[in-house]
Design a protein around this ligand. Structure first.
Ligand code: URA
Ligand code: SF4
Length: 225
């Protein structure tokens, strides 16, 4: 069975309310699909952990793969690990991460029910902006994560994530407030402010709330109001 078939099958089972992972002990059938999917995740994790495709491998403490539910409907994508994330190996665990958690809670989500990742898996020294060659080297990992998760929605947080995911130079104010599409899958993508920016400009939180409501309405399959 190909990876695609395994994925389709796992999602089909999920749609039926059957937990393919729980059935792993079964001798055949769904367990195979679940195992293949788990294998693809393991392969991807290992590739990222050992990656030397760009110079950031020389300065990182560790890679930051991403965290959450690998079958989540929401995929949250930030820019790159900061100091705290580099230290702990998990995205959005610093101050900005605390605010991101609150933003998720506002739309009845948690870190466990979404998947959180970054455009870059390694920290740029001094938190400088990602360079185009670094993004080009790293983006295939995120694209693979999107293909495996098959989220209903991608929430791009911050200008850098939004511009790189959309291949656009437009300012964030022009990218937010509407629905974009990501990649070959055409996954709906909504842009919002980076929580680090919201910490500096709390007056913009109201707009971030609008973005989250738009995202929520798309996932729920209804119009925002
Ligand atoms: N900012 C990001 O964009 N990503 C993180 O993981 C942390 C801070
Ligand atoms: Fe590899 Fe991405 Fe880290 Fe560069 S940033 S070394 S491409 S994992």
């Amino acid at each position: 069975m190909t990876g695609t078939d395994a994925r389709r099958r796992a999602h089909y089972l999920a749609a039926l309310g059957i937990d393919a992972y729980a059935s792993r002990r079964a001798p055949a059938g769904p367990a195979v699909a679940a195992d293949e999917l788990a294998g693809e995740w393991a392969t991807l994790r290992a590739a990222v952990a050992a990656c030397t495709k760009c110079r950031l491998c020389e300065t990182r403490t560790q890679t930051v793969f991403g965290v959450g539910d690998t079958r989540a409907r929401w995929l949250v994508v930030g820019e790159a690990p900061g100091a705290e994330e580099d230290k702990r190996g998990e995205p959005f665990v610093g101050r900005a991460g605390q605010l991101l958690n609150s933003m998720l809670r506002a739309v009845a989500l948690s870190r466990d029910t979404v998947f959180i990742a970054n455009v870059l898996k390694c920290r740029p020294p001094g938190n400088r902006d990602p360079r185009p060659d670094e993004v080009a080297a790293c983006l295939p990992y995120l694209e693979r994560q999107v293909a495996l998760i098959e989220p209903a929605l991608i929430l791009a947080v911050g200008r850098i994530a939004a511009q790189n995911l959309l291949g656009s130079n437009a300012p964030l104010a022009r990218l937010r407030g509407r629905v974009h599409q990501f990649g070959v899958s055409g996954t709906p993508l909504v842009v919002t402010y980076h929580p680090a920016y919201l910490l500096r400009s709390p007056g913009e939180k109201r707009k971030a709330w609008e973005d989250l409501k738009l995202a929520r309405s798309l996932v729920d399959g209804r119009r925002p109001h």
